[in-house]
Design a protein around this ligand. Structure first.
Ligand code: ADP
Length: 780
């Protein structure tokens, strides 16, 4: 709905509410006022009329009384009819009657009745002599004035009423005759019937005690007189005993306060038409005056008021519509301007300004709108710039994306190529002659190539899903766990020489290289191993070792002889030696000693490698053993001015060890510490025990072992670069032998070293001591 229509509607609704409230109240009030006015006028005019009637009746009654008191009448009535005076007296009476009739125009006839009811004198001479002894006015008028109701005269058939007054003897006071005055009822018609301007339908009439019309009906004429009864509420209330008594007692003023009924009657009249009326009882004659107006006439007035209201309403509505239209136009005109502005902007004319100068709210609104429009323009401009930038960025990104796509395609191609390569590789691996085995971190075999099948005798179907331990000999079952520890750390295990079990139960010597397998995310998920059958190499090694063993063995006897004879020569058994000779012999002795050591070492190595050596554990005090070895080394320690710190735990129990082997271990570790520590360095020898092991710790502050070579330290004939320049003496067999001894005894050996700072070797043996090993030879 448009604002204009809404304003119009609001005006109309407000007006309607106000008009209805005011209009209805004024209408009700004015109707009430009119009604009260009419009632009041009705009452007062009817009351005046009733009083007028009563005054007339009272006047006539008084006159009747005066007339009856006349001596002329009394004289005639007292005079016997037979007397001479009688005719004279009657003439006098007749004259008086005529005079009275002439003076009172309402009178139609006057006559005098004697004691017997006979007319003795009359204004109508023809009436004289008539007997009226049965007439009510004769009978009722004996004592007091009697007014006879309006009735039709027998002679003239005119409506008349009669007032009779008794003529009394002035001496005895007895009634000697009756004076009768007959009035034309027309007289009353004019008193009663005249309208008082109450309205078109105003009607006044008299009814008698029997409720018959005494005066004509305005609507039905004279025919109703004494013929039509008025059986209405007005009539009934008028003759109500209470009301009669009220009127008789206090006159009309008390009527308004009547307890039972109001003086106003709203009821049907004798015509059965709704009227509003009032009534007044006339006590003198027992009559009732009824005054009434048709209710419709009063409503006509109300209707007239109503139509005036309607006219005012219609005119007001027209004025209101015009006014509200004008006001609405005034209000909506700037709004329309604003709307037109918005349309303009909607159509793309963004620069449009409403620019209203008025200082009212709409003016403010239009200025705010212009401001907002400006802001919108600004932000649109900004957005356009942003969009432009973003578009550029998007196209750049699109190019990047295209490049990336190309790159991805290239990668995919590479991947495809890789796949092909991988599948080629897979074929190579599958068909390779070398056994290649894949397993997960639990040791479950996941792949098994033809080489593996050839070497171990199992088909891939037989072993895939089974544990790798199937090919581990019983004494090497733990090997996998040791390998696994390295693999999970991402380390490779290279050229591990070991033994594997074939399907037929025989064993085969292999050199195994194991590396971790990772998934796409780099997580280690298993290991792959490639093995080389080294049975032949082993055999050659064995032959070599046997040869070395034989050679060493053979060399020991002549070397011992050299040693022995040299000692003898040095002791002077063959005569005193010249200093130069002694010097040469010292050299020979030392070289021979080194040779003996080397041969012993080689013999030990061959015995270890051939497995012919024995381990014979016996309970021994390891600290005592350690002390005896320290003692041997004291000359070299002192020579190098080294400081030895010894820390043997107190009260250590005896340990089951092969004394010879443990001596070799201690000798090697301690002599290395002395050998590879420069002068004034420090040595440490610690023996301790915890709940599982004995630990032997040999530390020094020497040259240390280069990090890059630490993994080779226990290999045969290995000597680190840093010591080779400094200490020329050395075989590179000592640690190899130590490691073999410890490994075969069920112990462990490892070290910590930092080049230039020092080295610490750790050896642990279980509390149970060394494991016994059967063999043919002992190490020395
Ligand atoms: P060698 O006869 O050469 O001492 P070993 O087997 O006893 O043979 O030692 C092997 C090599 O280990 C040595 O040549 C040396 O490089 C290194 N080595 C052993 N012990 C020590 C140590 N205490 N300090 C530094 N290097 C050591």
């Amino acid at each position: 709905m448009k604002i204009r229509d809404r304003i119009n509607l609001n005006f109309l609704v407000v007006f309607l509410i106000i008009f209805l409230i005011i209009g209805v109240s004024v209408y009700i009030y004015s109707s009430q006022l009119i009604k009260e006015q009419i009632y009041s006028y009705l009452y007062s005019s009817a009351k005046a009329r009733a009083e007028n009637i009563r005054t007339f009746l009272q006047d006539q009654t008084a006159m009747a009384k005066i007339m009856a008191a006349s001596t002329v009448y009394r004289d005639l009535l007292k005079e016997p009819a037979t007397s001479d005076q009688y005719a004279l007296l009657r003439e006098r009476v007749e004259k008086r009657l005529q005079r009275t009739l002439g003076a009172e125009k309402n009178l139609s006839k006057l006559f005098i009745l004697d004691q017997k009811g006979k007319i003795i004198a009359s204004t109508d001479l023809a009436e004289e002599g008539k007997d009226k002894s049965t007439d009510p006015y004769f009978l009722e008028g004996q004592e007091n004035v009697y007014i006879k109701d309006i009735h039709f005269s027998e002679g003239t058939n005119k409506a008349v009423f009669v007032i009779a007054a008794p003529i009394k003897d002035d001496v005895s006071g007895e009634t000697i005759g009756i004076s009768v005055a007959r009035y034309d009822a027309d007289k009353f018609y004019s008193i009663v019937g005249g309208e008082n301007g109450l309205g078109e339908s105003e009607e006044n009439f008299l009814i008698n005690r029997d409720k018959y019309f005494l005066t004509p009906s305005r609507f039905l004429g004279e025919s109703v007189i004494l013929t039509k009864k008025v059986e209405t509420k007005n009539a009934a209330e008028c003759f109500d005993e209470n009301e009669i008594n009220q009127v008789k007692k206090s006159g009309y003023p008390g009527l308004k306060n009547h307890p039972d009924h109001s003086p106003f009657v709203e009821a049907k009249d004798y015509r059965n038409i709704d009227i509003i009326g009032t009534h007044f009882y006339i006590p003198e004659t027992n009559w009732c005056l009824i005054t009434k107006v048709d209710a419709s006439e009063i409503f006509t007035i109300n209707n007239k008021i109503l139509s005036v209201f309607v006219i005012i309403f219609v005119i007001s509505i027209i004025i209101l519509i015009l006014a509200s239209h004008y006001v609405a136009r005034r209000i909506t005109k700037p709004l329309n301007k604003l709307q037109a502005g918005i349309k303009n902007i909607e159509n793309g004319n963004l620069g449009y300004k409403v620019a209203m100068s008025s200082s009212d709210e709409i003016g403010d609104l239009s200025r705010a709108f212009d401001k907002m429009n400006f802001a919108v323009q600004e932000s649109r401009r900004e957005i356009e710039i942003k969009v432009q930038n973003q578009t550029q960025e998007i196209s750049k990104k699109q190019k990047d994306l295209e490049n990336q796509q190309k790159a991805v395609l290239n990668i995919l191609e590479d991947v495809e190529e890789e796949k092909i390569n991988a599948s080629k590789l897979a074929v190579i691996v599958r068909d390779a002659d070398e056994p290649i085995i894949g397993k997960d971190l639990n040791g479950i075999i996941t792949s098994w190539n033809l080489g593996a099948q050839k070497l171990y005798g199992y088909t891939s179907q037989e072993v895939i899903g089974k544990s790798i331990k199937i090919i581990l000999p019983p004494d090497r079952q733990n090997e996998f766990n040791n390998i696994l520890k390295k693999i999970v750390k991402g380390e490779n295990v290279g050229h591990l020489q070991t033994t594997r079990l074939k399907k037929d139960g025989s064993s085969v010597d292999v050199s195994v290289s194991i590396s971790p397998i990772t998934d796409a995310s780099g997580k280690i998920i298993g290991a792959s191993s490639i093995a080389l059958d080294i049975t032949k190499e082993k055999e050659i090694d064995k032959v070599k070792t046997e040869f070395v063993s034989l050679a060493s063995h053979q060399l020991r006897t002549p070397l011992s002889a050299i040693n022995w004879y040299t000692e003898m020569l040095l002791a002077g058994d063959a005569g005193k030696l010249l200093p130069e000779q002694k010097q040469y012999l010292d050299q020979v002795y030392a070289s021979n000693k080194r040779m003996v050591d080397l041969v012993n070492a080689l013999l030990n190595v061959s015995r270890l490698e051939l497995g012919t050596f024995m381990i014979e554990p016996e309970l021994a005090d390891v600290t005592e053993l350690a002390d005896s070895i320290i003692k041997e080394l004291i000359p070299s320690i002192e020579q190098k001015k080294l400081k030895l710190v010894k820390d043997f735990a107190k009260g250590l129990p005896k340990l089951s060890v092969d004394k010879k082997l443990l001596t070799i271990v201690f000798q090697n570790l301690l002599s290395n510490a002395v050998k590879y520590t420069p002068e004034k360095g420090q040595l440490g020898f610690v023996i301790s025990k915890d709940k599982n092991n004995f630990t032997f710790k040999v530390a020094d502050t020497g040259y240390g072992i280069p990090k890059a070579q630490q993994d080779k330290i226990f290999t045969k004939l290995f000597r680190a670069d840093n010591v080779r320049e400094k200490e020329t003496e050395g075989t590179g067999l000592g640690l190899y032998i130590v490691k073999m001894i410890i490994d075969h005894s069920g112990g462990k050996i490892w070290f910590e070293s930092q080049e230039g700072k020092g080295t610490t070797f750790y050896v642990t043996l279980p509390l149970s001591g060394m494991q016994k090993k059967e063999g043919t030879k002992s190490l020395g």
